[in-house]
Write a protein that binds this ligand. Structure first.
Ligand SMILES: Cc1cc2nc3c(=O)[nH]c(=O)nc-3n(C[C@H](O)[C@H](O)[C@H](O)COP(=O)(O)OP(=O)(O)OC[C@H]3O[C@@H](n4cnc5c(N)ncnc54)[C@H](O)[C@@H]3O)c2cc1C
Length: 440
């Protein structure tokens, strides 16, 4: 039995890790278009600093998967305690905002508390993400932070998004919010309060650690973009841009499903192509900025809901440990900017993006002066976040059912086209390997 996996991100590599334990599988081949494995979990090096596509923290509510990710990293992992903030009117408020209301200006604090305790939306059914915010947090917290921040990160209107994300947002106990308004901060989002991160190499160390445990039956072929997938007599033939042809008994795709729809032969029915292309996602620009002096103190990540600032989050990479900082006193920051296709940000030149970032950092006083910037580098990634618009469920089910019907298994964030973090990706890979194992 020969297995072919399209894509060597965390889902492709962890899937091979689980599948290799099945003795009926003789070989597994993973085809990857990029020059290295990792996908969204790739880390890049610049001037001696490793950085991710947005710092990737390892956390999970699923203790078994968390243990596995930590275990596979061996000694190359460190536990950290979150130190995140929200930047509001140039004040740093502890994240999540509802646990530190007293840090807001008085009138905003009163507005948040009053509309949380006396919330006319509380009994309404929430069909959209915006309705969920209003129902759960009230008007103040929604208007001050949740709505503008979510509009900024998704580049999509939360009143046109469904509530699939809601499960990730814990409902704060009323007493915590009341206490926080009177000056006693508490902790929210407890499942992320502590997180793990590789001591060295960035998050790509996690994917590499899984890859290091693959046996000789597994091969990874990089710089091999899959350009065609064909089923002939229940066998799969894959062609790559290097002219290579591979034949497999089972095929699993972790590549973005709209791309799969374009390379599958015989041609995919028009309504499936339409549904695949109606699946929404956004892209991201990440910028790494080395500065002589910063004003972030011991904080790690700061969310910025202000729409006049181009980025939605700034992280201080020094926080992640000695291997993520220079020996001198400089700081390395990462700014993240999402964008949708053909939007003004998409059309901006990298030089203009960098200029806006510097303006933004000065505007929120994270740096005193642009003279303090030593270097800055930007990178664009097309598939970043899945957007759960109101048609997402219908479209994604239509597309998935079609491919399952064809015998193609889908796995991973854009393979399944779901908002999956690393823990969910590994967990889905494990479940899929069990399903494949019980069917061969
Ligand atoms: C900004 C950002 C921050 C994040 N932060 C966190 C975090 O803090 N914690 C967390 O748990 N998760 C985080 N995530 C989510 C995490 O990155 C994903 O869950 C995970 O990386 C998805 O892995 P994947 O293998 O499913 O997909 P991908 O990483 O997208 O892998 C797909 C692979 O397929 C390859 N491919 C595509 N087309 C072809 C083709 N035609 N032929 C061959 N190969 C192809 C791609 O090059 C890629 O390597 C974050 C994601 C983003 C975007």
């Amino acid at each position: 039995m020969k297995i072919g996996i399209l894509g060597a991100g965390l889902s492709g590599i962890s899937l091979a890790y689980f599948l290799q334990q099945n003795h009926r599988i003789s070989s597994i081949e993973i085809l990857e278009q990029a020059s290295d494995i990792g996908g969204l979990c790739r880390s890049f090096g610049f001037n001696g600093i490793s950085y991710d596509i947005g710092p990737h923290i390892i956390f999970s509510k699923d203790q078994n998967i968390l243990n596995l990710m930590v275990h596979v990293l061996g000694d190359n992992v460190k536990e950290h305690r979150r130190s995140n903030k929200i930047c509001y009117k140039n004040r740093l408020i502890k994240y999540p905002l509802e646990n530190d209301l007293s840090a807001l200006p008085d009138e905003d604090k009163d507005y948040c508390l009053k509309t949380f305790l006396n919330n006319p939306h509380e009994k309404n059914e929430a069909k959209t993400l915006l309705q969920y915010f209003l129902k759960t947090f009230g008007e103040g917290i929604t208007r001050i932070y949740l709505k503008p921040y979510n509009e900024k990160i998704w580049k999509f209107d939360p009143s046109l998004m469904d509530t699939q994300m809601a499960g990730r947002i814990p409902k704060p106990p009323a007493e915590d919010i009341i206490k926080s308004a009177s000056g006693v901060p508490s902790e929210g989002y407890l499942h992320q309060l502590y997180f793990y991160y590789p001591r060295t190499g960035g998050i790509s160390s996690l994917v590499k650690a899984f890859a290091d445990q693959l046996n000789d039956n597994v091969s990874i072929v990089v710089e091999s973009k899959v350009v065609e997938l064909t089923r002939i007599n229940n066998k799969w033939t894959v062609k790559t841009d290097k002219g290579k042809t591979g034949k497999y008994d089972v095929i699993i795709s972790t590549i973005p499903v709209p791309l799969l729809a374009g390379i599958y032969r015989p041609a995919v029915p028009e309504e499936i192509i339409k549904a695949a292309h109606a699946l929404r996602y956004n892209s991201i620009i990440i910028a790494v900025i080395n500065v002589k002096k910063d004003n972030l103190g011991d904080n790690f990540a700061v969310m910025i809901p202000d729409k006049n600032i181009i980025f939605h989050r700034v992280s201080k990479l020094n926080f992640l440990g000695e291997n993520y900082r220079h020996q001198d006193d400089s700081t390395t920051l990462m700014a993240e900017i999402t964008y949708s296709k053909d939007s003004p940000i998409d059309k901006m030149s990298d030089a203009d993006v960098r200029n806006e970032i510097i303006k933004g950092l000065e505007g929120i006083q994270f740096i005193d002066s642009r003279e303090h910037i030593r270097w800055i580098e930007t990178r664009r990634i097309e598939y970043a976040y899945v957007i759960n618009d109101l048609h997402h469920k219908t479209n994604v089910n239509r597309v998935r059912n079609y491919f399952y019907g064809q015998g193609i298994r889908l796995c991973g964030r854009f393979g399944e086209f779901e908002y999956l973090n690393m823990d969910a990706v590994v967990s889905h890979a494990q479940a899929l390997s069990e399903e494949i194992g019980s069917n061969i």
